[in-house]
Ligand binder design. Structure first.
Ligand SMILES: Cc1cc2nc3c(=O)[nH]c(=O)nc-3n(C[C@H](O)[C@H](O)[C@H](O)COP(=O)(O)OP(=O)(O)OC[C@H]3O[C@@H](n4cnc5c(N)ncnc54)[C@H](O)[C@@H]3O)c2cc1C
Length: 610
């Protein structure tokens, strides 16, 4: 018989196997001999009251052998099977590849960055030498954006079965089975690379391919069908670099930072649209202070509790202000993907034992918010896409030219009519050409109307806004990877910080008035949000905390349009926009779930098309 027992215990008891066993036996009123095994299957911390408690669900096997901890997936050999191109080796791409193998298809994974170990050297160079490799950084490389992260694996996805499957596959590839138990599971940046390497080995062992330093440069399109990709092998020197082609349906899982991919899609007139994002800052507190606040104790977390988490949300001026990607006991990291950008993000090791705790503090921004915003230093490119003044003016003057040419035409027709009365048939032809002319003007005018309606919803407007903020942060941070920063209470009160507290951010901080140079519709909402969070948690709003700019890569600024049933691009057959970059996921687990779904969609497409 299998029985689940609910316990609510002190943290000290929750940390002791013997203590849990004793309580379970007491609860069941049974003899120790009857219990073949017991296992904690769910664990959550309840810190709402002064005395912090731990809730446990313990599964007990009475008189029978315990089941396996989790089901394992059987990955068959797919050598010689139809191939599918997976662009991007983030969680979306890797889980798509694994699922393709399960379904008997051969994944060819191409990844612009390096393998997860080589990549680490490039990350170190960002902090040490302030050099950002455009293909190997915190977003690009094997494992994608999540490889060097906190590895938080909780998601708002309600698809329980799908979430469990992803966690099981992580365990099968070396993650601790604690992730199956904890209410807020995380793997940790020290353990994720090994798990990712194991996933790659499964793909290779089953006959799939993984190509690093291979950047997709174009889609191969025949009519309305994507039949493969063109890619550049950047492992060779620029002189020797060569272009390769990979043929097959394409799962495009290139993440939210592949701006060149968005620009490629826009230039090839592949349907995409601007999407709302959230932008703001990283907020860093001493971990001890967060522990004291969250666990209501001067002692902080003590011996038995993990570094404390928090989550805040507040409506400010009709937009959400909220904490995002909280990293207890973690580091703030430089997450730029190109030159002239400063972008911050966060990660933590598995033990979350660092001296600081940080989170993104972000404000929801919608495409229409850029309409009335005073954006000061916006780039010319931004203005050209958001205002569209020049194309419209050109359009309008071309219509005026058009109309006057018609008037000339008409008067020449009248002259014609009088002088060539015997040539009526040619006049009729002439008149019908005028009618054609006039209908082309009507088409022209309606295209202008379409143009105008898309002005403030331009496909790349949010991406350009992100770029603008990141460049501002780079300028304010000293034109290196040093980040602009301000003490939290100073930020809220609009004061320059004379100095800054110590920080985990390795490239270094520069004191800067973020309240002044960030767009007001963001900084003022953040100030209001911080005041509200300070009222909710005494001690949270403090000058011991540091606001670090800027957090812009919270989600994709673009959505690649796909059919909600077939997951195929709305026009192009053979193209499956996938994961966070396509606008259909936000986080490691949801990207992995989307990867699996895209693999299933390609499998049914291939069975239809043969
Ligand atoms: C520092 C940091 C910490 C994070 N922490 C967490 C966390 O704790 N928990 C969580 O759930 N989420 C976290 N995230 C977010 C999470 O990493 C992403 O949501 C997730 O990785 C998205 O998966 P994806 O596969 O869709 O895209 P990505 O992970 O972005 O992967 C895309 C891949 O495509 C590759 N690529 C891009 N362009 C090309 C091209 N042209 N050719 C070939 N390859 C290309 C990239 O190199 C990259 O490897 C974090 C992100 C960062 C940056």
């Amino acid at each position: 018989m299998v029985q689940d027992v609910q316990l609510r215990v002190l943290p000290r008891v929750a940390a002791s196997d013997a203590g849990i066993r004793e309580l379970v036996l007491h609860e069941l009123g049974t003899d120790a001999h009857d219990v073949r095994n017991l296992r904690v299957i769910r664990r959550s911390i309840d810190a709402r009251q002064r005395q912090v408690m731990v809730n446990l669900t313990v599964r007990v096997w009475l008189g029978e052998e315990p089941a396996a901890e989790y089901p394992q997936v059987d990955y068959p050999d797919v050598t010689g099977r139809p191939q599918v191109i997976v662009v991007g080796a983030g969680p979306g791409g890797l889980f798509a590849a694994l699922r393709l193998i399960e379904l008997g298809l051969r994944p060819i994974v191409i990844e612009r960055g390096k393998d997860v170990h080589e990549r680490k050297l490039d990350l170190a160079r960002i902090s040490r030498e302030h050099v950002v490799d455009e293909d190997s950084n915190y977003s690009f490389g094997e494992g994608g954006a999540g490889a060097y992260s906190d590895g938080k694996l909780y998601t708002r996805s309600k698809k329980r079965g799908s979430v469990e499957k992803i966690l099981n596959v992580f365990c099968q590839h070396g993650a601790s089975t604690n992730i199956l138990v904890d209410a807020h599971p995380h793997i940790g940046t020290d353990r994720l690379p090994r798990v990712i390497e194991n996933i790659r080995n499964t793909i290779l062992r089953c006959g799939g391919e993984v190509h690093f330093q291979t950047k997709m440069t174009d889609l191969l399109i025949e009519g309305d069908k994507v039949v493969g990709v063109e890619a550049k092998d950047s492992s060779l020197s620029t002189l020797n670099s060569s272009f390769l082609t990979f043929k097959g349906p394409v799962i495009l899982a290139t993440g939210h930072s592949a701006r060149d991919v968005y620009r490629l899609l826009a230039s090839r007139e592949i349907e995409i649209e601007a999407k709302g994002i959230a932008v703001g800052v990283r907020l860093e507190h001493p971990a001890q202070l967060i522990d004291q606040i969250q666990y209501h104790s001067r002692e902080g977390r003590g011996r038995w509790l993990p570094a404390a988490e928090y989550a805040y949300v507040q409506q400010c001026g009709g937009r959400g202000v909220y904490s995002f990607c909280m990293c207890p006991g973690g580091f703030v990291v430089p997450a730029a993907t190109g030159p002239e950008q400063v972008v911050v993000n966060g990660m933590s090791p598995s033990n979350r034992g660092g001296r600081w705790s940080n989170s993104g503090m972000v404000v929801e921004v919608r495409p229409e918010d850029l309409l009335n915003a005073d954006l000061g230093l916006m780039t010319d490119e931004y203005h050209s896409v958001t205002n569209h003044q020049s194309p419209i003016t050109i359009h309008q003057s071309s219509i005026i030219n058009h109309q006057s040419s018609i008037i000339n035409h008409q008067s020449s027709v009248i002259n014609h009519q009088s002088s060539v009365i015997n040539h009526q048939s040619s006049v009729i032809n002439h008149q019908s050409s005028i009618i054609n002319h006039q209908s082309s003007i009507i088409n022209h005018q309606s295209s202008i109307i379409n143009h105008q309606s898309s002005i403030f919803n331009h496909q790349l407007s949010m991406l350009l806004f992100q770029e603008h903020l990141e460049r501002l942060a780079w300028q304010q941070g000293g034109r290196r990877q040093t980040a602009p920063a301000q003490r939290m209470a100073d930020f809220v009160n609009g004061r320059l910080s004379a100095d800054l507290p110590p920080s985990s951010y390795a490239p270094g901080l520069v004191a800067s008035p973020l309240h002044f140079w960030m767009p007001k519709f963001i900084s003022e909402r953040l100030q209001e949000g911080f005041r509200a969070f300070g009222r909710k948690s005494h001690g949270f709003l403090t000058n011991e905390a540091t606001v670090i700019g800027v957090e812009t890569r919270t989600s994709s600024p673009v959505r690649i349009l796909r059919d909600s049933e077939t997951l195929r691009h709305i026009r192009l057959q053979g193209l499956y926009p996938c994961g966070e970059g396509a606008g259909y996921a936000g986080g490691i687990v949801s990207a992995a779930i989307d990867g699996e779904r895209c693999a299933e969609a390609v499998a049914s497409y291939l069975s239809v098309t043969g």
